[in-house]
Design a protein around this ligand. Structure first.
Ligand SMILES: Nc1nc2c(ncn2[C@@H]2O[C@H](COP(=O)(O)OP(=O)(O)O)[C@@H](O)[C@H]2O)c(=O)[nH]1
Ligand SMILES: [Mg+2]
Length: 267
């Protein structure tokens, strides 16, 4: 992806502030301080567009960044921030859930996890929740520069095992420090955003024009039954989401699911 333009759009505190314009949205989820903002900055080659390490207590805003006229990155508030009250945590859960379950332009969640450590309880809960609701996910294991290369495979294996990650979920090792994984991550993002073979304002190399991956046919898993047999079946692809309608049928299930399975809670 050639980033010609990247700009901060809004810190949205509710759906009425989400931007219009119907661009695909790529959300970033992860623990506070795991490196979500740094990852955005690295992807767009800007030192400090996404604010790093700012106000971790802000539990209820989604920071939108527009990339060209192609997509939005949506930096979700991090979980696992210790100094947040129970009430705030509950609000965080509701807020994020609303966005992840209802936002029709959401195409992919980059679930950012620290490669250095086994996943936290919150990481595991978040991943389970995303799988249960069949939200398309890419695992991004970041801070790879802090782990010797010889240990990358072992750390990756442990994280995937503890998350019980479906083999179909893309996993990318990343470093905001060195840029490792950047191209690979962009190609996943483009694919999920439906930009893979799309017009690119003439920037794209002509050689690619014949169109490789069909947008949306991304190999994301459909076998996510580990979340329970009654997981709503219509959510396996964000693009297929019937906003409102189809999910009515399983509303009862969902209510129960989100009451119990409000995984993105902090411990
Ligand atoms: N060495 C290294 N440090 C990183 C990396 N990503 C983020 N950091 C650092 O981790 C801290 C938290 O990063 P930030 O992007 O603010 O995390 P966020 O809370 O998830 O948005 C900052 O001090 C970053 O410089 C990385 O890939 N490598
Ligand atoms: Mg941040």
């Amino acid at each position: 992806m050639k980033v010609n333009q990247a700009e901060f759009v809004i810190s949205a505190v509710g759906p009425s502030q989400y931007p219009g314009g119907a661009l695909p949205e790529i959300a970033l989820a992860g623990r506070s301080n795991v490196g979500k903002s740094s990852l955005i900055n690295r992807l767009i080659n800007r030192r400090n567009l996404a604010r790093t390490s700012s106000k971790p207590g802000k539990t209820q805003q989604l920071n939108y960044y527009r990339i060209n006229q192609d997509l939005y990155f949506v930096d979700l508030p991090g979980y696992g921030y210790a100094k947040v009250s129970k009430t705030e945590r509950a609000k965080w859960g509701k807020f994020i859930e609303q966005y992840l379950l209802k936002r029709e332009f959401l195409r992919l969640v980059l679930h950012v996890i620290d490669l250095r450590h086994p996943p936290s309880k919150d990481d595991i809960a978040m991943h389970e929740w995303l799988m249960y609701h069949k939200v398309p996910v890419c695992l991004v294991l970041t801070k790879a520069d802090k782990v010797p290369r010889g240990k990358w495979a072992k750390h990756t294996k442990i994280i995937k095992e503890e998350l019980q990650a479906d083999p179909a979920v893309p996993v990318i090792l990343f470093s905001s420090e060195t840029g490792h994984g950047k191209d690979e991550l962009w190609s996943v993002i483009e694919r999920y955003a439906g930009l893979a073979a799309a017009a690119d304002g003439g920037q794209k190399e002509a050689a690619d024009a014949s169109g490789s991956a069909a947008a949306g046919d991304t190999g994301e898993e459909t076998a996510a039954d580990d979340g329970g047999a009654d997981a709503p079946a219509d959510r396996h692809h964000a693009a297929n989401r019937a906003p409102g309608g189809a999910r009515g049928a399983s509303a009862g299930t969902e209510e129960t699911a989100s009451a119990d399975g409000r995984a993105p809670q902090q411990s």
